[in-house]
Design a protein around this ligand. Sequence first.
Ligand SMILES: [Zn+2]
Length: 392
Amino acid sequence: MRYRKLKADYLFTGEKLLNNEHVLITNFNGEIINIIEAKDAGEEIETFEGILSPGFINAHCHLELSHLKNIIQEKTGLVDFVFKVVTQRHFAEEEILYAIEKGEEEMLENGIIAVGDICNNNLTVSQKIKKNLHYYNFIETSGWLPEIASVRVERAKNIFNDFENHGLKSSIVPHAPYSVSENLWNEMISFFSGETISIHNQETAQEDLFFLEGKGDFTKMFELMKIDNSFYKSKKMRSVESYFKNLASAKSVILVHNTFTKQHDLDFINEYKNKEQLVSFCLCPNANLYIENALPPVDLFLKNDCQIILGTDSLASNHQLNILEEIKTIVKSFSEIKTETLLKWATINGAKALQMENELGSFEKGKKPGIILIQSVEDGKITGGSKVRNLE
Ligand SMILES: [Zn+2]
């Protein structure tokens, strides 16, 4: 069998950033054979400038919203954003399908190999069955009015079945704490067992205000959407306290955004999480800047040794679907974080959260994780000018 031998200034294995004395050996199908020392690698080594890395994992996207690129105004806050997505997402189907195809193409070009993708309909199925990327499909369910819970769960089950019947891995997930009623939680809980379950969490400071005091912008949103919120009585709990225990049977939990997460939220999660389960904090900094003009407290998650993963969110709230751009935004505000740490978030951590670590996320023997080159790095650090190139 013939092998490829790849070497660069740095080799990121999925766990460690090694220097240029290491060579990655693969076969021509992209399967990892080994990492060996350069002095033992013989001849015909392909040599590059930059960092060799496994393909990126985009742990949070909404591919089905790709047609909303440049439609929704920036920095107007989450409540306004959600209202606009709900009311403005309806386009001609062919336009939506074309944008989905282009969105996937963009992710491929940007070195992404797998996606945790939110689905409110089955419009992405025709693209996903081409298997250009790995997907974990989160069939999103919402409904604040208690009486619509059964209808919403039935709808989600139909979409779920459509994905699964096409061989696309899926789970039924809650949209966000403020859009899922007690009734809906109760009807959904049995679907979580053993799955990866994602939920949008604390994307705005208004979320805790609503759960603690029953007021703020979310009451205005319900009015705008003509949803009668009069049944709701605040339990005087923070958002995380109000729902987190519902996720106990999930094998992996992905909390998305966490822009306004505080130490007591992390303490609560630590205390009540199922000890067998993985809880990941998915950061989507460019979307947070786009919508709320805020960044998540990255240092808080680091201090608490949280499992951090990265997502792009959708083209409705981002200018690109590019994990390296998310890293660059973090580096701008948190320049002390090591490249090795950032790349772990973008690769092996995301693969674990999506339960894809047996095949993706690191250069371990037998995996096919994608091979990318991060170019224009300075002393092993990702800079504003860094770019991604696929080597497969
Ligand atoms: Zn989202």
